[in-house]
Design a protein around this ligand. Structure first.
Ligand code: ATP
Ligand code: LTN
Length: 332
């Protein structure tokens, strides 16, 4: 029997190389290798509004992400691609799952802790309850696997706990999902502060590579990426975190092992290594950008999203009807 694979990306900030390596590339690879499986992929715009967004920018980025997913190589015939807010059952199930999630569990979420420290004032209540909505995104479609980066592991564990709790109380109903976290590239680090995750919400753009960066920007950012003074190509995340991050990026982009990159460059200077890495990134990202430019203006993108909405919507509608019956909501 085929499995169902579900994942999403928030349309906040620009898409980064971290999103590409940690999530999108993995998704594309799974699709190539798992011919019987079904792939549901959405733009998590409801999650974006947990922090303040400018409406026109939010709408633009939502479409940008949908187009980028396809430009990165997803097979459109095999992907149910949709926009989260167009399927109202996500929020409906999110509320039900909030009613099966404890305050203590949400208080332990590190993403919430990190984001609320950064914002200190006006933290929304939806930023706090966000993991219950994320659980709904996944459980609504009975996902077997959820490909994500390392930072989402904790949310996936909570999703599993919520599903098990619900199943124990009401009888088996949700598939308990498993995270799929890549071996290489699950946590791409900031180019300037290699002890911090590369993040699109960062205010300084030297720390991340955007999937929309042009050739000059890519080369400049790699050239100025922080390394160390040891002057030896070696994979040592503790003592050479900046270099280890660049090696990880290189291995991931080229689909090679870390050891293969280290071996190839062991006698090279950092400068040569960085030049080759920058070129590999340019060779990967520029063709993606070309495909994105064609898609973003096309009717094809709109048609794919309409079709995604219809397929996901039908599944979600049926699942929610059964869910309400199980809980005792409504008349029948
Ligand atoms: P923010 O940086 O604003 O918190 P985000 O990029 O983590 O946002 P999403 O866009 O929703 O949030 O993330 C989409 C996917 O990309 C998730 O699966 C996440 O784990 C993955 N991801 C994000 N950043 C990285 C990173 N630096 N390395 C690897 N994977 C990442
Ligand atoms: N919470 C994730 C984005 C996200 C997601 C999902 C990922 C929302 N819903 C469902 C996988 C499955 C984030 O912040 N990166």
């Amino acid at each position: 029997m085929g499995k169902r694979i579900v994942s999403g990306i928030k349309p906040t900030g620009t898409l980064t190389l971290g999103n590409y390596i940690g999530a999108i590339k993995q998704f594309v690879k799974l699709q190539k290798n798992r011919k019987e499986d079904e792939f549901f992929l959405f733009v998590a715009d409801m999650h974006a509004i947990t922090t303040r967004q400018v409406p026109a920018e939010l709408r633009k980025r939502t479409l940008d992400i949908a187009a980028m997913y396809l430009a990165c190589g997803l097979e459109k015939e095999r992907t149910v691609l949709f926009i989260q807010s167009e399927i109202k059952e996500h929020v409906e199930l999110g509320y039900i799952l909030q009613s099966n999630t404890y305050m203590g569990e949400l208080e332990r979420m590190t993403q919430y802790k990190d984001k609320s420290i950064k914002q200190d004032t006006s933290i929304t209540s939806s930023l706090f309850t966000y993991p219950a909505l994320m659980a709904a995104d996944i459980l609504l479609y009975d996902a077997d696997y959820v490909p994500v980066g390392e930072d989402q592991k904790q949310h996936l564990e909570l999703t599993r706990d919520i599903a098990n709790r619900f199943n124990n109380f009401y009888g088996d109903f949700f598939t308990v999902p498993e995270p799929l976290i890549p071996e290489v590239g699950a946590r791409i680090m900031d180019l300037q502060e290699p002890n911090k995750k590369m993040s699109k919400s960062d205010e300084f753009d030297k720390g991340y590579i955007s999937l929309f960066d042009d050739e000059a920007a890519i080369k400049r950012k790699i050239r100025s990426a922080v390394t160390d003074s040891l002057a030896k190509i070696n994979y040592d995340p503790i003592n050479q975190p900046g270099l280890a991050n660049l090696i990880t990026i290189f291995a991931s982009i080229k689909d090679l092992e870390i050891a293969q990159i280290v071996e190839k460059y062991q006698n090279s200077t950092y400068q040569t290594f960085k030049e080759d890495l920058a070129q590999a990134l340019v060779d990967t990202l520029i063709p993606i950008q070309k495909r994105y430019q064609e898609l973003i203006k096309s009717q094809e993108l709109q048609d794919i999203l309409d079709q995604g909405k219809a397929i996901a919507g039908e599944y979600a509608f049926k699942k929610m009807r059964k869910c309400k019956q199980k809980i005792g909501l409504g008349r029948k």
